[in-house]
Design a protein around this ligand. Structure first.
Ligand code: ZN
Length: 443
């Protein structure tokens, strides 16, 4: 069983902060298919469309029949651990700083044998467990002795995760979940678990912000700083969250550069995860309103606010990405599924989220070399005051908050919470032009 992670002691401020050395990240174009699936939380392998062979490692042609018709297909990950190795030495700087490190060889039930990072709760296989029974050395022991009873196969569940360099790696988990599983040392290196981390949520006045704060506190966050643009206003729900022990309300107005700079000066060096959920959302297209005031207000928070925040909080976050078990880990952007294709009744809002999405891709590229994960969240319509006139299904603030916490815990990069977002992303992947036409006609 994984021992629960203890709250780390305060760091000695005189000690130098360790710099990040990323694990090896180079992958060929074909292998990036596995990374693309892992970025959305799925384990996919290529399946040959001609002979149905499942293959690993990824290649351009089927290893059995040479057909180039290979389709990335979601896998269950069920398999058997054949052997394990514990690294006590490595020439790679990333692993050298994190030894010992457990690796395993797993034969998937669908065929291929893969190398995995092994979770601490997976038991070691006995020396011959991977071999078929008739291949065991005839040691002269009758069947049913304790020695042969030990040769039970060790079942594992293989999952794909993104490592600190953002590349897909495979992890061998025990088939059953256990209580402190997420505290495994290797897994903490792959994920951005909120436990014991210090988190900034940029807007606490919305229902989504408040649901997020509650979910983060429940997940064991050490401190949650909650931004509040207008501290003099008494808004519903704020008292509830400010009463939670880890929560500290802080003044933060993303439209005001000085406000962002001041807060970064105060807490920037301590924040491990930034969650930017501040947004302005009005339901207008182009013809429904004269002038640009509303569109500017949307841009000022949704795009420029994000830019101001990234410029002020980004550098300190990057500098602390290898700083112990609670190292700086992630940056979360609340975008919208409308960022992918404009929804005309919410036209200017869609445009501001498309701009923010583009900037988020830039931030991700800039954060990548330091191992900070940028998570983009693309919800469908949220069940809030700006979507009152939209018919269901809508994402509840609570469901959205759970999806964000899950993405942090499982190291997912792109999240599409809710039925509408799931459906739109499928249609967008299928044919963006067709989706544009359908949305122009009302969805
Ligand atoms: Zn084939």
């Amino acid at each position: 069983m994984t021992m629960p992670l203890m709250k780390p002691r305060r760091k000695n401020p005189v000690l130098r902060t360790r710099q990040m050395n990323l694990p090896p990240w180079a992958r060929g174009r074909t292998a990036l298919g596995m990374t693309a699936a892992a970025a959305e939380g799925r384990f996919e392998l290529q399946v040959c469309q001609r002979c149905q062979a499942v293959q690993y490692p990824p290649r351009d042609a089927c290893h059995r029949c040479l057909s180039p018709q290979l389709k990335w297909t979601t896998q269950t990950g069920a398999g058997e651990l054949l052997s394990e190795t514990v690294l006590h030495h490595s020439n790679d700087p990333f692993y050298r700083e994190r030894l010992p490190w457990r690796l395993g060889l797993v034969r998937l039930d669908v065929g291929p044998t893969v190398i995995v990072h092994l979770h601490g709760d997976v038991p070691s296989p006995s020396p011959h467990s991977g071999m078929p029974q008739n291949a065991l050395p005839a040691a002269g022991k009758p069947a049913g002795t304790p020695a042969s009873a030990n040769r039970q196969p060790v079942r594992v569940h293989v999952g794909a995760r993104l490592d600190r360099a953002g590349a897909a790696v495979l992890i061998g988990f025990p088939p059953e979940e256990s209580e402190h599983m997420a505290d495994d040392k290797m897994l903490r290196e792959m994920t951005s678990d909120p436990k014991f981390r210090k988190i900034l949520v940029t807007d606490g006045k919305t229902e989504v912000g408040q649901a997020l704060v509650k979910a983060l506190v429940k997940s064991g966050a050490d401190i949650v700083w909650v931004g509040h643009a207008e501290p003099w206003k008494k808004l519903g729900g704020l008292e509830d969250i400010s009463a939670l022990k880890p929560v500290t309300m802080v003044p933060l107005d993303l439209t005001n550069g000085r406000s962002v700079t001041e807060l970064a000066g105060e807490i920037g060096g301590k924040v491990d995860i930034v969650i930017n959920n501040a947004e302005v959302h009005r339901a207008f297209g182009i013809a429904a309103r004269r002038g640009t005031d509303v569109a500017k207000a949307e841009m000022d928070i949704n795009y420029f606010g994000f830019l101001r925040l990234a410029q002020e909080f980004g550098p300190a976050l990057k500098g602390r990405s290898a700083d112990g078990v609670t190292h700086a880990a992630a940056w979360v952007n609340l975008l919208s599924i409308y960022a992918l294709s404009n929804y005309p009744p919410h036209g200017t809002f869609s445009a501001s989220k498309a701009a923010a999405h583009s900037l988020a891709q830039c931030l991700r590229a800039e954060m990548r070399p330091t191992g900070i994960r940028v998570i983009n969240v693309f919800p469908g319509p949220i069940d809030d005051e700006w979507n009152q006139n939209l018919p269901p299904p809508k994402v509840t603030p609570g469901a959205l908050a759970s999806a964000i916490v899950r993405a942090l815990k499982e190291g997912i990069e792109d999240v599409y919470p809710g039925d509408v977002a799931q459906e739109w992303i499928e249609r967008w992947r299928d044919n963006p032009k067709v989706l544009e036409r359908e949305l122009a006609a009302g969805g």
